[in-house]
Design a protein around this ligand. Sequence first.
Ligand SMILES: [Zn+2]
Length: 84
Amino acid sequence: MHKKMKTKMGSYSTKGNLTINTLLKHLPNKLIEYVILHEMTHSQERKHNERFWKIISKKIKEHQKREKDLLVYWFLVQTLTLSN
Ligand SMILES: [Zn+2]
């Protein structure tokens, strides 16, 4: 997910393994849950297309806000943990 970012938050392999970056533990539970949902949804749809967001929005209506919050938190977490 989110290729623009330096570090991956997580991934979902074709074998069905969900990998979550340990840095995510610094994020609010709400956002951790969102990352898990996002990655799990990739098991149904690999691309970030219309179908993908449709599946997500069935579970979380305010997914756009979550994505935004996530970017802010992820940037901060990386900045704070990589600075020293
Ligand atoms: Zn993704």
